[in-house]
Ligand binder design. Structure first.
Ligand code: ATP
Length: 351
């Protein structure tokens, strides 16, 4: 049986009349790498702060191993937090920074020495004990911040954009290192990022949030291949989103043509959003009856060409390994399983 180490049940958080979180229901399994993903202000940090105990929910419950932890202060929760800003003590050396929490717990000096050594080797900074914080690069400082949190052996590690301050190359390296560390230690990670690629690379489960509400929870594959609504589709990867009409089960009309699809359960002639990924559109020679358009622009992107094709009614972005000359009339093929039909969202601007 899979154990939920952490559960958020019907959690709301209001700040002076402003709703930061609305009806959050979230189950985190032991040893899971779960990522809260969403644009700035969607409530990711607030969710972490509730779990850590820095804030209290306005209503709802937070359970740790099945027990309500509402009244536990942060230091009594078996969680540690790593922030984007490393928050190391600048006047202490690396050893003292890592040993800080253990000394407070009055642990034996020899045990502390052993633990600090082990954790430094885990983050690949053996021999750094005597170094000052200032003498370390950003990436090294962040690894020390992670080591300092891990040395306390938390059951859950909360990470709030921990790689946000690093340059792209270091960030990618650290993504892989962090994931390896998490697997090796078997600690549950609740990770916050607004970077969809980072979330897809690292997570077992992704929680997509917008305006304080959860939009979708799933594996990276689920979220990418089966986005639940137009927001998720737009936020994760690229997509063209256009208006469509569901004629009947498995038959949708968009861009002036009817297409077979795999979706059903919509009302007859219901207006829908049709979501198509750029890599799922094939550019071919024109044949009778096809969706036809003109190539408006072609940009070489390294692994593929990004081609913009305008039909009579819509514009499609396409990723293709074959180039197509600007001004050429081309046919577009989209397979039924690559046409994603979404219910129209409240408040989305039509277009
Ligand atoms: P970012 O990626 O920018 O850190 P986020 O997704 O982590 O954003 P939160 O920091 O959780 O978002 O904020 C959610 C909402 O709650 C925002 O509208 C924010 O302005 C508001 N908020 C957060 N903390 C407070 C506070 N202490 N007082 C009032 N409003 C707050």
């Amino acid at each position: 049986m899979k154990v939920n180490i952490l559960e958020l049940i019907n959690v709301y958080k209001d700040y002076e009349g402003h709703r930061a979180l609305s009806n959050i229901n979230l189950y985190v399994r032991k040893n899971e790498f779960i990522t809260l993903l969403g644009p700035s202000g969607c409530g990711k940090t607030t969710t972490l702060r509730l779990i850590a105990g820095f804030e209290h929910p306005t209503s709802g419950e937070i359970l740790f191993e099945g027990k309500n932890i509402a009244d536990l202060p942060p230091y009594k929760r078996k969680v540690n937090t790593v922030f984007q800003k490393y928050a190391l003590f600048p006047h202490l050396n690396i050893y003292e920074n890592i040993a800080f929490g253990l000394k407070i717990k009055k642990m034996d000096k020899k045990v502390i020495d052993k633990k600090v050594k082990e954790i430094l080797s885990l983050v690949n900074l053996q021999g750094f004990e005597k170094r000052s914080v200032d003498s370390l690069s950003g990436g090294q400082q962040q690894r020390i911040a992670i080591a300092r949190a891990l040395v306390n052996e938390p059951e859950v590690l909360l990470l709030d954009e921990p790689l946000g301050a690093l340059d792209l190359k270091l960030r990618k390296e650290m993504q892989i290192e962090l994931k390896k560390m998490q697997q090796k230690l078997g600690i549950t990670f609740v990770f916050v990022t607004h970077d969809q690629e980072e979330a897809l690379t690292m997570s077992d489960t992704i929680v997509v949030m917008k305006d304080g509400e959860i939009q979708q929870i799933g594996t990276p594959e689920d979220i990418y291949n089966e986005p639940k609504n137009a927001f998720v589709a737009e936020f994760i990867g690229e997509s063209t989103i256009i208006d469509g009409i569901m004629h009947e089960d498995y038959l949708v009309e968009f861009a002036g043509k009817k297409f077979k699809c795999l979706d059903s359960g919509f009302a007859k002639n219901e207006a829908v959003d049709v979501v198509i990924r750029p890599e799922d559109i094939k550019v071919v020679d024109v044949k009778e009856g096809m969706l036809i358009g003109l190539v408006k622009s072609v940009i070489f992107k390294g692994v593929h060409y990004e081609i913009i094709v305008a039909t009579n009614t819509n514009t499609f972005k396409i990723h293709s390994t074959k180039m197509a000359p600007i001004g050429e009339r081309v046919g577009l093929i989209i397979e039924p399983n690559d046409i994603h039909i979404m219910k129209k969202e409240r408040g989305r601007v039509e277009g």
